[in-house]
Design a protein around this ligand. Structure first.
Ligand code: F6R
Ligand code: MN
Length: 187
């Protein structure tokens, strides 16, 4: 019998960098996020080329029972008074959950169910976030450094961005040097 011992991919918990062959990278720039930030004038004022976040994903098999792993690196900054954030999504297969692990930086994970009820969890190095099925989710960087979080999710989950056209019920803004959470009126 030949026993196989291989070296798996690794992630540096200090900065979220993957060491693996075949990492897939996708950068999301300001120009990709039309309608995401509430202050459209401030969004217009920044270059559409401004990188807001990058996702590095391991190339994994797809199919029932398979898992994806990816690290999101979200830049610090704001559009107007609103902190940089990911677009956010439901999973296409709504019942599929996900786990996020905070690696670096400081921020918030915004979770919202299908009724529109929203809540926030603090993201920090070592934080573990169980995202239940039927929950939209978005990362928000409220700190001064890159926010990196590792995510693990079923490859069959898929992403549904379109069902969030009403947006999330909460916005996270800076007021007088403090982080403030605001309820959105009319979605
Ligand atoms: C995967 C997942 C994350 C996000 C990433 C970017 O299901 O939740 O890997 O895809 O944080 O956010 P979105 O996809 O909302 O642009
Ligand atoms: Mn997800």
């Amino acid at each position: 019998m030949s026993i196989s011992v291989s070296t798996p991919p690794s992630v540096a918990f200090l900065n979220g960098q993957f060491s693996a062959e075949n990492v897939i990278k996708k950068v999301t720039r300001s120009g990709d996020l039309r309608g995401v930030f509430h202050d459209g004038d401030s969004w217009q004022a920044i270059s559409p080329e401004t990188p807001i976040y990058e996702v590095e994903m391991l190339r994994s098999p797809q199919g029932e029972g398979e898992l994806y792993a990816g690290v999101t690196h979200l830049q610090p900054g704001r559009v107007g008074d609103e902190f940089y954030m990911t677009r956010g999504h439901f999973h296409q297969r709504r019942e599929q959950g996900e786990v996020y692990f905070g690696l670096k930086g400081a921020g918030l994970l915004l979770l919202q169910d299908e009724k529109g009820d929203a809540r926030l969890e603090r993201v920090s190095p070592g934080s573990v976030h169980i995202i239940p099925g039927f929950s939209a989710h978005r990362l928000i960087n409220t700190g001064n450094e890159i926010l990196s979080a590792l995510a693990v999710w079923p490859s069959i989950a898929g992403h549904d961005y379109a069902s969030l056209t009403q947006g999330f019920a909460l916005r996270v803004v800076e007021r007088g040097g403090k982080v403030q959470v605001r309820e959105v009126q009319n979605g």
